[in-house]
Design a protein around this ligand. Structure first.
Ligand code: C5P
Length: 257
């Protein structure tokens, strides 16, 4: 269970901490993303760290090298265990971020955070990228971006679990793969399920999260938790299948069954 990161996707501290309390003894790694961070700021990270929990700060930094480096320094000073930046920010920004984060951790005499590059969002389909003029399939794009992360000396990438096996094969087992887009309901874009690949935008919608709830799912390139670990993922990131479940603790426990 220590390789499952639960996304605290809430707009207030109370709901986030209520879930943490509920999952106490089961989950020890939490993701603070855009919604929670823009709502409550860095204090939530200090609170989680104060409880002895691990934190993945998921802000997907994407800016010029100087700005990204300064934000990375702050992330490092907060003592987060993992943070990420977008690989499209380019090599100079990635290197500046890594150097700033490591320097700040060394200055404070604390462990440096793992830095992950975001490849292609698991909600993206091939069609979107083709429309932007990228003439290669999503898995190839993911590999090109992952190469950039590796060259810049990052610790790993955020990528679909569908890409995990190939990434591990090419970049080695120490290179981290952290995967969101974890779903027990099959999506047609998964090449491991059903017959072949399915059409690019053929996502099966609407897993049920909690009683009476049915909402369109934005995640497209998904695998189940068990499949993700078998594919070689180091960590999985799970949000709505846990946060919107009637019994979040049970939903966590069921992820690996
Ligand atoms: O609710 P769900 O399980 O889809 O949540 C996935 C979480 O992972 C969300 O917080 C989302 O912001 C995050 N994430 C993602 N894709 C990435 C990076 C992070 O879905 N490439």
């Amino acid at each position: 269970m220590n390789r499952i990161i639960v996304a605290l996707d809430y707009n207030n501290r109370e709901d986030a901490l209520k879930l943490v309390e509920n999952l106490s003894g089961v989950i020890s790694f939490y993701k603070v993303g855009l919604e929670l961070y823009t709502s409550v700021g860095p204090e939530i990270i200090r609170e989680l760290k104060g409880k002895g929990l691990k934190v993945f700060l998921d802000l997907k930094l994407f800016d010029i090298p100087n700005t990204v480096a300064k934000a990375s320094r702050v992330a490092s000073s907060l003592g987060v265990d993992i943070f990420n930046l977008h690989l499209l920010a380019g090599g100079a920004a990635l290197i500046a971020a890594r150097e700033a984060a490591q320097e700040e951790a060394a200055r404070r005499n604390q462990a440096a955070p793992k830095i992950l590059g975001v490849t292609i969002l698991t909600s993206s389909s091939g069609i979107e990228w083709q429309n932007l003029g990228f003439n290669c399939a999503v898995p190839e794009l993911v590999m090109r971006l992952t190469e950039r992360a590796n060259e810049a000396g990052l610790d790993g990438v955020v990528a679909s679990a569908q890409d995990a096996a190939v990434i591990k094969e090419r970049f080695g087992k120490e290179f981290l793969v952290v995967s969101p887009g974890i779903r027990s309901t099959p999506h047609l874009t998964s090449p491991r399920r059903g017959e072949g690949k399915g059409k690019v935008d053929d996502c099966i919608p609407s897993p049920q999260w909690g009683e009476g709830k049915s909402e369109e799912d934005d995640q497209k390139r998904t695998l189940s938790a068990k499949e993700a670990f078998s594919a070689g993922c180091d960590y999985i990131v799970v949000g709505r299948p846990v946060t919107q479940a009637p019994d979040p603790k049970n939903a966590c426990l069921e992820l690996l069954t």
